[in-house]
Design a protein. Structure first.
Length: 144
């Protein structure tokens, strides 16, 4: 007959192991292979040098230590640019970028590269940030 204390200990250890491995898998699956460009916010604008955009690059994550959320810069084939705050419109969770768009790991909402909802529970599209090319930079105007 198995000792109750040993059974509880072994069962708890197994549960913790399963939960930990699931958490690690979740973290790894949310890792983005997209390039990240780190910059600062000046006068509510993110400034990204054109030279930081590699040939054939379709997306880049723009990061600033002063922002709660990263910005996804989408680069069109015609060298047009659009940007979205990587914040879920459902419950303000951080979004994860992949080659098809953005995903919220909290409730599963997904967005395409135009910021439109492709799967709920979110029902509102991502807010498009004003993005322009000026001189040798891409300027992203933040709200607020």
């Amino acid at each position: 007959m198995i000792d109750r204390r040993k059974f509880v200990k072994d069962t708890c250890t197994a549960c913790i192991g399963i939960i930990a491995s699931g958490s690690i898998a979740s973290l790894l699956s949310s890792c983005s292979s997209l390039a990240v460009y780190t910059t600062t916010v000046n006068n509510n604008i993110l400034k990204v040098p054109l030279e930081s955009i590699l040939p054939g690059e379709k997306m880049k994550i723009i990061r600033s230590k002063t922002l709660d959320y990263d910005v996804l810069l989408v680069i069109g084939q015609d060298k047009s640019y659009k940007s979205f705050l990587m914040r879920c419109t459902h419950q303000d969770n951080i979004l994860v970028a992949n080659k098809n768009g953005l995903t919220c790991n909290l409730h599963g909402s997904t967005y395409n590269l135009n910021g439109e909802v492709t799967k709920g529970p979110s029902s509102k599209p991502l807010e498009l940030l004003k993005t322009v090319e000026e001189d040798d930079f891409i300027l992203i105007k933040l709200k607020g």
